[in-house]
Structures are given as structure tokens and as C-alpha cells.
Design a protein around this ligand. Structure first.
Ligand code: CA
Length: 227
């Protein structure tokens, strides 16, 4: 998809300039904010299709921006620009409502691809049928088929797969998965998630050790790539 309105919240002038030029030449309308306060204002007033959000910002930081946006039920996809080796920051941002992240320094091509993926998916309506590879997940009927043949899933595996399928291409933390699939009240460890992912992979991945659909993001969680 070409275009869309992009809001860049970043306080490094050189990076803002580079990003603005790159995305403008890719057909985007680009708005920029150099501090968190004006970024937050633009997020609400300018109705962007996607927000590129730095975390360490003057006045209001990226975490507070994520929190405020989601607290007001604004669904705008948020892609965080994070520093290398800041896994805890990334997890916090994702848990506060960011959809994905990219680590600085990044290649503009990779950032553009991730931005496109988020834009494309935010425009899709949630469907009852999700297709990935040879599979068809029917969330209404609670059934998974591979080339028309039903694949047996446990209740937890089904819930986990449905959660992945409803958030394709997004970085999901273990906390997010835990709350969505197991609920807040149940005591489970991140290990339970990894075990459920392992049994699910054994059923849907051609090579569970080199998964194509349910990808591990080291130190963060998982990302579902329907391809
Ligand atoms: Ca910064």
C-alpha cells in the first residue's frame, strides 16, 4: 500500500529529516513532532494512520504516549523506534499498547516494510476465517483445517492460535499472550506459554525448529506471520 498519513515523534533532528524525506518520497503525508507533548497532541488532532514513536523524548516519553493513546481507545498502530539492548523498554512499550518496534540503527527499507505491514493490517476487518499456508482457521466454528482436513487442537492451542491470527505481524509479549489466552486470574508462568507454543508449532509448522508462522522474538515474545 502506498501512502497514508504518518506521524513521526522523534527528537533527533537528523533522524527526523531522514525519515521525513524517505517516507515523503514513498508517497506518505508526513507529520513530525520533536517532543512528546506535541506528539501526543498531533496523535489526537491530526488523525494519523500510523505513528513512529521514539521512547526517550523530552517532556512526555514514548511510554506515556502509548498509554494515553490506548487509554482514549485510539486504535492507531504504533511502531516504536528503540535503542539496541533495551528489551525491557520494548516489552514495556508493547504491553502499553505499541504494536511493533524496530531497533536503531535500522535500514529504512526494513522500517518501511514494517510500517506497510501495520498499515495494511489495520485496514483489514477482523474475519471469521484466517488463512495461513495450507491452513484455514475458522474462529466462529472453533476449527482448524489443513487442506480441508481438520487438525485437532486443545482448547488452549485454539485460543492461542486465534490470538496470534487476530494480531498478525505484531510483536506480542508473553504478558500480552498470557492475559489474552489464560486470563488475569490464572496463575501461569511464561513457561506455560512456551510449552503451548511448542505443541501448537508441532501441529502447524512444517519444521517446528525453524517456524515460519509462529516466530520467536528473542527476549520479547512471539510474532505471527501468516505470509
Ligand atoms: Ca530520543
Amino acid at each position: 500500500m502506498k501512502g497514508g498519513r504518518l506521524l513521526i515523534v522523534e527528537d533527533e533532528p537528523a533522524l527526523i529529516r531522514g525519515l521525513k524525506d524517505s517516507f515523503t518520497s514513498r508517497g506518505y503525508e508526513v507529520l513530525t513532532a520533536a517532543d512528546g507533548e506535541s506528539g501526543l497532541q498531533l496523535a489526537f488532532s491530526a488523525d494519523p494512520d500510523l505513528i513512529l514513536l521514539d521512547i526517550m523524548l523530552p517532556r512526555v516519553n514514548g511510554f506515556e504516549i502509548c498509554r494515553a493513546i490506548r487509554a482514549h481507545n485510539l486504535e492507531t498502530p504504533i511502531l516504536m523506534l528503540t535503542a539496541k539492548g533495551q528489551e525491557e523498554d520494548i516489552i514495556l512499550g508493547l504491553n502499553l499498547g505499541a504494536d511493533d518496534y524496530i531497533t536503531k540503527p535500522f535500514r529504512i527499507g526494513e522500517l518501511a516494510a514494517r510500517a506497510n505491514a501495520l498499515l495494511r493490517r489495520s485496514k483489514l476487518k477482523p474475519a471469521d476465517i484466517c488463512r495461513f499456508g495450507d491452513f484455514e482457521l475458522d474462529t466462529a466454528a472453533h476449527r482448524l483445517f489443513r487442506r480441508g482436513i481438520e487438525v485437532e487442537l486443545t482448547a488452549k492451542e485454539f485460543k492461542l492460535l486465534s490470538h496470534f491470527a487476530s494480531r498478525p505481524g505484531r510483536a506480542l509479549t508473553r504478558t500480552d499472550i498470557l492475559n489474552a489466552v489464560w486470563g488475569h486470574s490464572v496463575i501461569v508462568t511464561p513457561r506455560s506459554i512456551d510449552r503451548c507454543v511448542a505443541t501448537l508449532r508441532a501441529k502447524v509448522e512444517q519444521d517446528p525448529h525453524r517456524p515460519a508462522f509462529i516466530q520467536t522474538i528473542r527476549d520479547i515474545g512471539y510474532r505471527f506471520e501468516p505470509g
